[in-house]
Design a protein around this ligand. Structure first.
Ligand SMILES: C[S@@+](CC[C@H](N)C(=O)[O-])C[C@H]1O[C@@H](n2cnc3c(N)ncnc32)[C@H](O)[C@@H]1O
Length: 475
């Protein structure tokens, strides 16, 4: 049997063992092909499985309970996985989900755990992402006193500790994963001599928290940390926190309304809810207006740049992939900003990027090499188009850094006119890309990179000498 045993606590229920199998499903969601030999052999097994399934189901309480019961559902699903042959799992799962809707949630939780257990470093990004963020994102942040997300969090923690020298600043991190960022912050605090704080790191994945606990121990920082593993969708919190951190985790939560209410309740009157998160369309898909621009750019991209490294496939046509089909990736990303605006006041809000995500993220980013001039120029062009469309309001940003409070705020610090309200995508069937002219380019529908080195219409990309042919030489 493939599988790993985890010590998992869900929704404050007592800890139990859960068996989680890995890599059971095809990444593209297709059903596996069943060969005829396997069919015959599996017939007997299916009968056995069905009998066991009915026995198991008859012992279940299908009518009552809520998400804390995900623990027992996961136990049952795990057992089923062990006895049901792989080819029968997808149809059986669909059947189970329709007669027993709560099993869908438990299945997603399992996928979520499997995804992150397989990743050593969640923040491992392609080299081109670093080229892009250093050239465009860091300059956006610098006027606010930091150059990246971790410095943003550090600055608020240091400020809170500095303002309360006689107190212990309570910091809660929701969806902390392996706590690498929190430990990084703690190391930095040690360097500058700050000790009056405690981190409480919460995550549904005990294996990740265990990695965090080992790292904190190894760095001599264990006394500043506590780790709790439970499902934040079924959270019964208590206490009060000066700072609540959500580092790339809000886009994994289903019950955002409840989560935000609880955070509001737990936040000290002078405290901050700090978030670095994805706020684009659910499942990190593009909205139609952004997809239009992606498709235009895709048409100009040589085939060698169209390999999807995560899904391990070539995409001649760009596929607007819904990452939330499995696990919780981007499950309600588009609701995050509107819900936050309803509940919190923003002391700081910086939002950025949309179409550029596609070309620098883990799927297609590895196809670009920042040491190649053409690759850099293409990314520069996409960034320029993206930024212009976002500033015009035609596209809405997919990333945000936000510092929020319960108390009123005199003035929100933000980038240009990109306020939280401005960055909400309102459902509007008439959203259109604007004709933008970037740099000194005066041709209608033409574009220049922000450095004004490239000036062309998208259709002209092929003939530009500034974009030397690469790969197949088809450019
Ligand atoms: C993208 S990772 C971010 C982890 C970490 N904050 C970081 O920046 O490396 C999202 C995290 O949310 C956690 N998560 C997802 N759903 C959760 C839930 N319902 N309750 C608690 N944690 C959850 C996942 O286990 C994962 O560690």
């Amino acid at each position: 049997m493939r599988g790993t045993t985890y010590d998992l606590r869900i929704g404050n229920e007592p800890t139990r063992d859960v068996i989680i199998e890995s890599a059971l499903d095809k990444p593209d969601g297709r059903e596996p092909v069943l060969h005829s030999g396997a069919r015959a052999a599996s017939g007997q097994t299916l009968k056995r499985c069905t009998r066991r399934l009915f026995r198991l189901c008859s012992r279940l309480d299908l009518g009552r309970g809520h998400k804390p019961r995900a623990q027992s559902l996961m136990n049952i699903i795990s057992r089923l996985k062990r006895i049901v042959p792989a080819p029968f799992r997808p149809p059986l799962r669909r059947c189970l989900h329709s007669i027993w809707p709560r099993s869908r949630y438990a299945h997603r939780v399992q996928q979520e755990l499997e995804t992150y257990n397989a990743i050593e470093n969640v923040h491992d990004l392609p080299a081109i992402a670093h080229y892009w963020s250093e050239k465009y994102v860091a300059p956006l942040f610098r006027p606010f006193g930091f150059a990246n997300s971790i410095e943003f969090f550090r600055s608020y923690v240091a400020r809170m500790c500095g303002e309360r020298p006689a107190e212990t600043v309570a910091i809660l991190s929701v969806g902390a994963g392996n706590c690498a960022s929190e430990i990084n912050i703690a190391e930095w605090l040690r360097e500058i001599g700050i000790e009056n704080y405690r981190f409480e790191c919460v995550d549904i994945n005990p294996a990740l928290l265990k990695r965090g606990a080992s790292l904190a121990e190894a760095k001599g920082l264990a006394r500043y940390f506590t780790f709790s593993s439970f499902d934040l969708n079924a959270w019964r919190p208590s206490g009060q926190y000066h700072l609540i951190l959500a580092i790339q985790s809000l886009h994994h939560f289903v019950d955002l309304e409840i989560l935000f209410e609880k955070i509001h309740e737990l936040l000290h009157p002078d405290g901050y809810f700090l978030a670095d998160d994805m706020i684009g369309r659910n499942g990190h898909q593009r909205w139609p207006e952004a997809l239009k621009l992606v498709n235009e750019l895709w048409g100009e991209l040589p085939d060698t740049y169209k390999f999807n490294h995560l899904l391990k496939r070539h995409e001649k046509e760009y596929e607007n992939w819904d990452c939330s089909k499995e696990g919780f990736e981007g499950i309600r990303a588009q609701d995050i900003l509107p819900l936050l605006v309803e509940r919190f006041n923003f002391e700081l809000f910086i939002a950025f990027s949309n179409v550029i995500d596609i070309f620098v993220d883990r799927c297609f980013g590895p196809n670009f090499d920042p040491s190649k001039e053409w690759d850099r120029a293409f990314i520069d062009l996409v960034q320029a188009l993206d930024a212009a469309q976002i500033e015009s309001g035609a596209l809405k940003p997919t990333h945000m850094l936000a510092a929020m409070t319960k108390s009123s705020v005199e003035r929100t610090k933000m980038y240009k006119h990109l306020s939280p309200e401005f960055c909400i995508r309102r459902p509007d069937p008439h959203v259109r890309l604007r004709d933008v002219t970037i740099g000194s380019c005066e041709r209608p529908g033409g574009y220049c990179s922000s450095s004004s080195r490239y000036c062309f219409s998208i259709g002209e990309l092929r003939s530009r000498s500034s974009f030397p042919s690469c790969g197949s030489g088809s450019l």
